[in-house]
Ligand binder design. Structure first.
Ligand code: SAH
Ligand code: MG
Length: 198
């Protein structure tokens, strides 16, 4: 597996670290890009651009790939615009500045990648599943949420965190019980779910 240690990408990763932006972990990115190659994915919808790190890594897999990606935070969106330009990927990446829950799309995608607010995944799933092609995939990041999902919920001290972990567990169940999809969970990075439309 070739990893693109592009100087600009290194800078994007450093910026994310400095600004505490939760970009995908290396292992997760490797999983995602390998998946894209294996399944010959061409059209991707990403929810949660942040500063376009994951979108850029996906676009660099090959030049036939197109990504539409949505971000609601203006500062991050503007940083994403800059980063996409720096890498010359404007033709491959379409950046949308919007709250993903306030938008409806018409297009159909081979892959929908959910990597936005972790407690809202059921809503994102339901809002965009009609945009999935037949036999397409919905991939969700942060299914383990830094190991918290494995823990006993009552042992988590923060009320907000407990509530978030509960929502992630609910989303696990939602995926497992969804009869329209075959779902597999992978431990890579922060935990990844792959749901394939039946
Ligand atoms: N995919 C990125 C990381 C995304 S971090 C990468 O790996 O490089 C999650 C992002 O989702 C945050 O920047 C946050 O602002 C955004 N987000 C959360 N809820 C959202 C929503 N409802 N609509 C659009 N963006 C959202
Ligand atoms: Mg993530």
């Amino acid at each position: 597996m070739v990893t693109f240690e592009h100087a600009e990408i290194r800078k994007i990763k450093e910026y994310a670290k400095e600004e505490n932006i939760p970009i995908m972990q290396e292992e997760g990115i490797e999983f995602l890009t390998t998946f894209i190659v294996k399944h010959q994915i061409k059209n991707i919808l990403e929810i949660g651009t942040a500063i376009a790190y994951s979108a850029i890594e996906m676009a660099l897999v090959n030049s036939e790939i197109h990504i539409t990606t949505v971000e609601r935070d203006e500062k991050r969106y503007l940083e994403a615009v800059k980063n996409v330009k720096k890498l010359g990927l404007e033709q491959q990446i379409t950046l949308i500045f919007k709250d993903a829950l306030d938008m409806r799309l018409k297009e159909k995608y081979d892959l929908i990648f959910l990597d936005a607010a972790k407690g809202q995944n059921i809503k994102f799933f339901e809002n965009f599943e009609n945009n999935l092609k037949e036999e397409g995939y919905i991939i969700t990041d942060n299914m383990n949420f830094h190991g918290y999902v494995e823990k006993d919920i009552e042992s988590i001290k923060s009320k907000n965190l407990r509530s978030l972990v509960r929502k992630i567990k609910d989303y696990h169940e939602f995926l497992k019980q969804n009869e329209n999809y075959t779902v597999e969970f992978y431990p890579q990075g922060d935990g990844i779910a792959v749901a394939k439309k039946k």
